[in-house]
Design a protein around this ligand. Structure first.
Ligand code: SF4
Length: 196
């Protein structure tokens, strides 16, 4: 699918989903089912399809002050063709954008013959990848990683910073919606769930 993609959420500003200050696009749909996944609501491959052009325009309109954009999920590489088109559209209008994705697939899988369609194009468009499935047995993370088995790959330009100022952040939306993002500890997650 190259004309659109399923979106689970969007954050205009985040400091915990990659280096620097970034917009984040969470896609809808993931077949990997990592035990203990923080985002089970993003697994079903359903919901409305948004055009690539609309996604690009939404990300560009608020780009002032941002270092880049992160694709997360859900599983970005299960919509790789559309996200590669988003990445190309962003790069054309915003040459300095730093593009990053998370994936539950290993980098070697994404480069192999069984990779989801469009994986090579998305990898070619990215500056950075954090790969590998979330593993509760390997909890304890470094910057931007949820578990120790995950790896940070620099595929293009270097990140704007290697500093990771916090593990998690809470954003209050214009309509009062509460977004908990990053890698919160279970106590914080329960406290925020009570606010919803
Ligand atoms: S790849 Fe990500 S969204 Fe998919 S199950 Fe694993 S942790 Fe959850």
């Amino acid at each position: 699918m190259t004309d659109g993609l399923r979106i689970a959420g969007h954050a205009g500003r985040s400091r915990v989903n990659g280096p620097g200050v970034r917009a984040v696009l969470w896609v809808q749909g993931c077949s990997l089912a990592c035990p203990g996944c923080f985002n089970p609501q993003t697994h079903a491959p359903d919901g409305a399809v948004t055009t690539v052009q609309a996604v690009v325009e939404r990300l560009l309109v608020d780009r002032e002050g941002l270092d880049g954009v992160t694709f997360s999920g859900g599983e970005p590489f299960e919509q790789a063709e559309a996200l590669a088109a988003v990445a190309r559209g962003l790069r054309a209008a915003w040459p300095a954008v730093h593009l990053m994705a998370y994936s539950g697939y290993a980098y070697e899988q994404l480069r192999g013959p069984a990779a989801p369609p469009g994986s090579a194009a998305l990898l070619a468009a990215l500056d950075m990848l954090v790969d590998g499935p979330f593993a509760t047995k390997a909890l304890g993370h470094g910057a931007w990683r949820a578990s120790r088995n995950q790896r940070v790959w620099v595929l293009g330009r270097p990140p704007p910073t290697w500093a990771a100022p916090a593990d998690a952040e809470i954003t209050i939306g214009e309509e009062g919606q509460v977004l908990l993002s990053g890698l919160p500890d279970p106590g914080l997650r329960r406290a925020v769930d009570r606010l919803r």
